[in-house]
Design a protein around this ligand. Structure first.
Ligand code: SAM
Ligand code: SF4
Length: 417
């Protein structure tokens, strides 16, 4: 906690914390943003997994119906602010278990397409139990080109720790192959109690051999409000495992596309968060713009109520200082292992060295980054330290934000120090 605070003070050159306030407006300044992505949160699940921190509840037909109506209203409230249709990079559906609203996905896409022109594809997160021939056809017909399957592990014991049962993986991946998506991401969790490096590497190989174009390997995080019976393995084990994943993927010709993702060569990325700017729709969805970061309420009832009154369901807003925005930008760029100097300058109108010359000099001296002609590339050592930073901020910031937001639909403020 102290470390994350000191880093924030150092990098933002200010004692001012990240201050999220209950201020909201229906006006969003996104018309001129380049590299804008879209995200829709569908928060329903068949069963709630003890380890999962995301905003979700048990699926109920009538609530989902009201939720869809509110979502369409939110899209209209945002879309109508545009003077002409806007180009966006991508659209991702996350959850929850988006396929529980599969009949609505097409309508949501069509409504968004009235205002936005999606250039790089549409992605949907799937639970393994969602995968049937019928569902995959529906997704393809709606225009979905990328899927991410939450396998977590192929191993029976690891699944049992996470409260899941193995299913016929061979069958679901043969259906996926037949449906022929451009991107197939497989989510795996590592550092599950009793998981060995050998089991983890076997999971990775199984995922690729079944046709994954990308794997996302997330370290098991024990959120304070989760209901985990078993705790993740210690950081020492996580370090060894992450090194093992990276070495194995390198040896077998898979590229590291971010701290926790690895892909087959010449394939596109599945990534809903690493965008310069994005608009989020639905409960708990965040919107990131040049000067603002806003979070929607986590309460489905409050979300539907606000939209029925013609108001955006914003719960909290952070107005960035330039340095805060630059730190946030660099955080997600560093997650992709590469910081492009020209893109930074284009976005901020300032050379990176003007803001963070000393930090990058130090990072080079410490062997955390390598200078390339137009970018800084994270080294293996840098990637490990970034993995530590990402986990520390998840625990210090995301855990706190989500914990409060789950209990209070519209908190007055949340201060992240
Ligand atoms: C919204 S969830 C998954 C979507 C889908 N409902 C499912 O369960 O397959 C996105 C991913 O976050 C990861 N995840 C969830 N809780 C986690 C935790 N406590 N630690 C690490 N990764 C986690 C899992 O890999 C999961 O697939
Ligand atoms: S892991 Fe997936 S299925 Fe489980 S509660 Fe989270 S979103 Fe729902």
């Amino acid at each position: 906690m102290l470390l994350t605070s000191l880093m924030r003070i150092w990098l933002t050159r200010s004692l001012m914390p990240f201050q999220f306030r209950d201020y909201y407006t229906n006006k969003l300044y996104f018309e001129k943003e380049q590299e804008l992505g879209l995200y829709i949160h569908l928060p329903f699940c068949r069963k709630l997994c003890s380890f999962c921190p995301y905003c979700k509840e048990i699926h109920k037909e009538d609530i989902a119906k009201d939720y869809k109506k509110a979502l369409l209203k939110e899209i209209e409230l945002v879309g109508l602010q545009l003077h002409s249709p806007k180009e966006v990079t991508s659209l991702y559906f996350g959850g929850g278990t988006p396929a529980l609203m599969i009949e609505d996905i097409k309508e949501l896409i069509q409504t968004l397409k009235k205002y936005f022109h999606i250039t790089q594809g549409i992605g949907v997160e799937l639970h393994p139990e969602d995968i049937s021939k019928d569902n995959l056809i529906k997704l393809k017909t709606a225009g979905v080109s990328m899927i991410s399957v939450g396998i977590q592990s192929f191993n029976k014991q690891c699944l049992s720790v996470l409260g899941r049962k193995p299913i016929d993986f061979e069958n679901i991946f043969s259906l996926i192959k037949e449906a022929d998506f451009e991107v197939v991401d497989v989510d795996l969790i590592f550092a599950i109690p009793n998981q060995t490096e050998e089991l983890l590497l076997a999971d990775i190989e199984t995922a690729f051999s079944y046709g994954a174009t990308q794997i996302s390997t997330y370290p098991f995080i024990d959120f304070t409000f989760a209901n985990n019976q078993y705790k993740p393995l210690a950081e020492k084990e996580k370090k060894k495992m992450l090194k093992g994943i990276s070495t194995y993927c390198q040896k077998t010709g898979r590229r590291r596309t971010s701290i926790w993702t690895f892909a087959k060569p010449n394939t596109k990325k599945y990534s809903s968060i690493t965008r310069d700017n994005f608009l989020g729709f639905g409960v708990s969805a965040t919107t990131l713009l040049k000067e603002q970061f806003k979070i929607n309420t986590f309460s489905i009832a409050a979300y539907c109520q606000r939209l029925s009154e013609g108001q955006l369901p914003t719960s909290l807003t952070l107005n960035f200082t330039l340095r805060q925005r630059a730190v946030y930008y660099l955080f997600w760029q560093a997650y992709t292992m590469q910081i492009n100097l020209e893109e930074f300058e284009q976005y901020f109108g300032l050379h990176l060295n003007k803001l963070f010359g000393f930090e990058f000099w130090l990072a080079r001296k410490l062997g955390l980054v390598k200078k390339q002609p137009t970018s800084y590339q994270l080294t293996e050592k840098g990637a490990y330290y970034f993995h530590l930073i990402e986990q520390a901020y998840t625990t210090a910031y995301i855990d706190k934000m989500w914990h409060i937001s789950r209990k209070t639909p519209f908190p007055k403020e949340i201060i992240l120090r």
